[in-house]
Design a binder for this molecule. Structure first.
Ligand SMILES: [Zn+2]
Length: 345
């Protein structure tokens, strides 16, 4: 694997991550992933990655838009942009690669594996070590819709957590989401956690979903990304306040408790009965599942097992048993309140 230009060269450079490939239509192919580098003067290096999941287009468009609009004279340090790392999945409108690989579960990659394994290995062993910051932009993809928000994993290490909080807040989204680790999953197989394990300052977000973009979601991600880059010290200009960005009061939705994920109790067509941002109480109905083969059978009601705010709703109605249909998180008015509870616990 290689890059088609010198990543240390000054100015704006555009080229490809080049991976040896061999397809049915081209035995000696190269798989090419666009990469753009802006290097100017002194400052940190930040890597921006879109399209970790193929059907999450907000980050891909925000990254590509930035790479076209960025003036090299506004950069102080180096910004490396990969607008879409999982190109095959993005072209197909899928979260996953054709062989079922989830690019956010293949780290640290495999130098001799499939294309995704080679890309993950290159990011992990060649790109991350050169970076101070790594930004991984997500959304709900085709299956879910998130309140557009910057987010973080609430890690135990306080120094690392402080960095993650600082990065999350810099996006000035009206909502921030705090996640826990997915049960039964190696956390370091995720892109962001692999970078974190290398001591990198990481930032992530879930900026909408349902496989589409809206003017609202794109405004939130584009303005937030620019503010993050200013706060990180790699883009010149004053960091904007929430007021200057026209943002209202912040709320934090906390998904750390595993009860907050609501899964379909049976297969069918899922109907959302609550809106994003709605407050619900334990036992409230959040949706119902219709049996399309038997329209005279009453739908099965789906309830929340916990009080909280609806942060994620279903975006793709067909469900099988066990699919996630809604996520309800505990609402906090400030990050300090969470830290204080942590101290008491
Ligand atoms: Zn994602």
């Amino acid at each position: 694997m290689s890059i088609s230009f010198d990543l240390n060269a000054s100015g704006k450079n555009t080229g490809y991550l080049v991976v040896g490939d061999s397809t049915n239509n081209s035995g000696w192919a190269t798989h090419r992933v666009p990469i753009i580098s802006f290097k100017n003067g002194e400052g940190p290096t930040v890597l921006l990655v879109g399209g970790t999941h193929g059907d999450e287009y907000e980050g891909q468009i925000a990254a590509a838009s930035l790479s076209r609009s960025l003036d090299i004279n506004d950069v102080t340090g180096r910004i490396i942009i990969i607008p879409c790392i999982s190109m095959e999945a993005a072209r197909n409108g899928n979260r996953l690669w054709n062989d079922g690989a989830n690019f956010n579960r293949v780290f640290p990659g495999n130098e001799n594996g499939g294309i995704h394994g080679k890309l993950a290995h290159f990011l992990s062993s060649e790109l991350f070590p050169q970076c101070d910051g790594v930004v991984d932009m997500h959304s709900g993809g085709r299956s879910m819709y998130f309140i557009p928000s910057s987010n973080m994993t609430w890690v135990k290490d306080k120094n690392q957590r402080a960095k993650l909080i600082k990065n999350m807040v810099a996006w000035n989204t009206e909502v921030h989401m705090i996640g826990g680790e997915q049960p039964n999953t190696d956390p370091y197989s995720l892109l962001n956690r692999n970078a974190e394990a290398q001591g990198k300052s990481v930032s992530t977000g879930e900026f909408g979903g349902i496989g589409t973009t809206t003017p609202q979601s794109m405004r939130i991600i584009k303005e937030g990304l620019a503010n993050f880059l200013r706060a990180f010290g790699v883009l010149k200009g004053a960091v904007k306040t929430r007021d200057e960005m026209g943002r209202g009061p912040v709320s934090i939705i906390d998904f750390r408790d595993g009860n907050k994920f609501i899964n379909a109790p049976r297969a069918g067509i899922y109907e959302n009965l609550v809106a994003l941002g709605a407050e619900v109480k334990k036992g409230d109905i959040v949706g119902q599942i219709h049996d399309v083969d038997h329209p005279d059978v009453p739908p099965v009601q789906v309830r929340t097992a916990t009080d909280g705010v609806v942060g994620v709703i279903r975006g793709f109605p067909p469900v099988v048993t066990g699919d996630c249909v809604c996520v309800v998180g505990k609402k906090w008015d400030s990050l300090d309140a969470i830290e204080n509870e942590e101290t008491r616990a």
